[in-house]
Design a protein around this ligand. Structure first.
Ligand code: C2E
Ligand code: MG
Ligand code: MG
Ligand code: MG
Length: 285
């Protein structure tokens, strides 16, 4: 009987695996076509200076309008873009599209760069070509990378970061505190900005430990001349605490959700989110 049970569950599992392989292949083909057919779009999420209330910039976040499936979030397809190498073309598209969208707004632009994109031997040249064609100044572009980029080749990654910084492009370390964050590494990487992961920020008010981590990370960064962005600012209470910790920039649903360009522009025009604690209002520019 035991054998029977095992046999049947094994059979079931195989069918399930079969379906997953088919799904995966379909998704790969659909992604490839989606890139050709212009099914991708960008949503933009503002970043706000917590002292002045001013909007300093936006982060571009990729969405895929997959026919028959609706709007797909990155967790459904970024890994597949990476594994298939399609991320290179997708990444170029993201930078080109975002530069065109944001060029005439008084804002900086942040784009996410995944490890595979980062390992491209001529990343700097590749980006500069797009910036030139877009008429977008390198100084207004920030690349958001994670510590994942140093896993395989730390020296190579550091050299690439220096190359990018030398071209005027700013570097932000994203999702800080989640992976295998090391202070040794923080010291070595040429960073302009550090983004504290939303896991810590979302539990600021309820976890003394998380509050302590956020506060001391901000202090450490300031000693190292690194600006700090708190991701996942969901409410006024978190904003107030972050201000008291002297955090530079906030980003999160409590300020503004990622949204298409049209709605971003509307939001910027009418941004009157009162930030009670500082008595300042969120304002563009
Ligand atoms: P990320 O760069 O850390 O982006 C932050 C994610 O948190 C975004 O999810 C954003 O919508 C979400 N978020 C923002 N504020 C809040 C908040 O207050 N609360 C909560 N719970 N979440 C918030 P999204 O857009 O689903 O993107 C997920 C990840 O996908 C990004 O994480 C980034 O690593 C990756 N990604 C997005 N666009 C691109 C892209 O163009 N290229 C590459 N390589 N990766 C991308
Ligand atoms: Mg990011
Ligand atoms: Mg992040
Ligand atoms: Mg993330």
């Amino acid at each position: 009987r035991a054998r029977e049970a095992t046999g049947s569950s094994c059979h079931f599992y195989t069918a399930d695996m079969h379906n997953r392989v088919i799904d995966r292949l379909n998704t790969e083909v659909a992604l490839y076509r989606g890139l050709e057919r212009g099914e991708f779009e960008l949503h933009y999420q503002p970043k706000v200076d917590l002292r002045s209330g001013r909007v300093t910039g936006v982060e571009a976040l990729l969405r895929w309008n997959r026919p028959g499936f609706g709007l797909q979030m990155p967790d459904r397809f970024i890994d597949i873009l990476e594994q298939t190498g399609l991320i290179m073309d997708a990444g170029d598209w993201v930078v080109r599209e975002a530069c065109a969208a944001i060029r005439n707004l008084p804002l900086s632009l942040a784009v996410n760069v995944s490890p595979r994109q980062f390992q491209h031997p001529r990343l700097g040249e590749r980006l500069m070509r797009i910036l030139d064609e877009s008429g977008f100044p390198a100084e207004r572009l920030e690349l958001e990378v994670t510590e994942q980029i140093v896993v395989e080749d730390e020296q190579g990654a550091i050299a690439t970061l220096h190359d990018l910084a030398g071209r005027g492009i700013r570097i932000a370390l994203d999702d800080y505190g989640t992976g295998f964050s090391s202070l040794q590494r923080l010291k070595k990487l040429p960073l302009h900005t550090l983004k504290i992961d939303k896991d810590f920020v979302m539990s600021l008010e309820t976890s003394r430990a998380d509050a302590a981590i956020v506060r001391s990370t901000i202090e450490l960064c300031h000693q190292l001349d690194i600006d700090v962005v708190a991701e996942g600012v969901e409410n006024e209470a978190a904003m107030t605490l972050l201000r008291s910790f002297d955090c530079d920039i906030g980003q999160g649903y409590g300020i503004c959700r990622p949204q298409p360009l049209g709605r971003l522009v509307e939001w910027l025009a009418s941004a009157t989110i009162a930030s009670a604690a500082a008595g300042s209002a969120v304002q563009p520019g």
